[in-house]
Ligand binder design. Sequence first.
Ligand code: HEC
Ligand code: HEC
Length: 303
Amino acid sequence: MPVGLPDFYQPPTNPITEEKLKLGRKLFFDKDLSADRTVSCASCHDPEKSWTNGRRFGVGVGGKQGTRNVPSLINVAYFKQLFWDGRSGSLERQALMPLLNADEMAMSSQAAVLQRLQEKTEYHELFGKAFADGITITNLTQALACYERTILSGNAPYDRYMAGDKQAMSEAALRGMKVFSGRGKCSGCHVEPKFIDSSFYNLGVGMDVENPDLGRYHVFQMESAKGKFKTPTLRDVARTAPYMHDGSVNTLMEVVEIYDKGGIPNRYLSVEVRRKLNLTEQEKKDLVVFMKEGLTSPDGAKP
Ligand code: HEC
Ligand code: HEC
């Protein structure tokens, strides 16, 4: 485990094995699992771009654009709910969705996916080694989930500082860390050491368009769920611009400005962000330095 990261939950029905990881890695990078054989999971979750795509939205088969920003997959093992609106509860259940999503990999059916797997002798071998019953959809989702659980990024200056290396962070980053858990109230939701809280909030981002994405409301049809999105991790966040569920914010300083103003006004704005922070320019800068320097792992998560 990288320095600073706690253990993660592994479902008893799908423990990680070397054989599953080998298969999961192959599946993750395989473009033949998309309708026109041009898109793999890694097309949008590119390890070179910290497991996202560096664009505002996902781009799938035929250049089709989605409507949400691609979340990085680093430390995805820690999430209890997946997607910006939390509509999937496990990596196993999530794994098939992009394959069949018309805007992403656009396979027509599970049978079509199985056929692509069966085409390759390599898969007969890899599935055979990883699972007693060989090539099945369940086994595909299990192997992908195992692989995703190993996309771990820790060992950031923050982690080394917390582990006792008092030289690991600069003065500015240390000041920023104080603002983060103090006047900035960031750690109320981006809870250390994972910098998530498995919860959902409305910051007002994207609420000012005609038909706003209502986020959590798609899962729970309650007024109080409108415009709420999952708290994303801030680890390696300097590498994953643009930001927010709609990729509408380009820099970390702009993100800080949103919180400083008490979120973006709308009917459903979460109470937790409503109070203006009134940070000084120096505090804002330090906060950005803390995120950029303190939370960026030197090695990131390797494929
Ligand atoms: C066309 C781009 C695209 C492709 C291809 C793609 N994804 Fe994604 N992925 C996204 C977007 C966009 C989201 C966020 C969607 C949402 O929240 O509604 C996402 C979300 C996720 C999440 C949830 C992360 C979180 O923080 O909640 C996981 C896990 C994931 N994808 C895994 C995969 C796997 C595995 C594959 C391949 C089988 C894959 N993705 C293929 C664009 C893509
Ligand atoms: C009330 C909970 C809450 C608090 C407090 C909070 N955040 Fe967030 N943060 C979120 C949520 C939820 C999102 C995603 C919102 C969206 O996409 O609409 C987010 C998104 C972000 C992002 C974008 C990350 C990405 O990958 O897109 C950054 C950066 C960020 N927050 C930094 C901060 C900082 C710095 C503070 C303190 C000044 C802070 N947050 C306080 C809940 C919170």
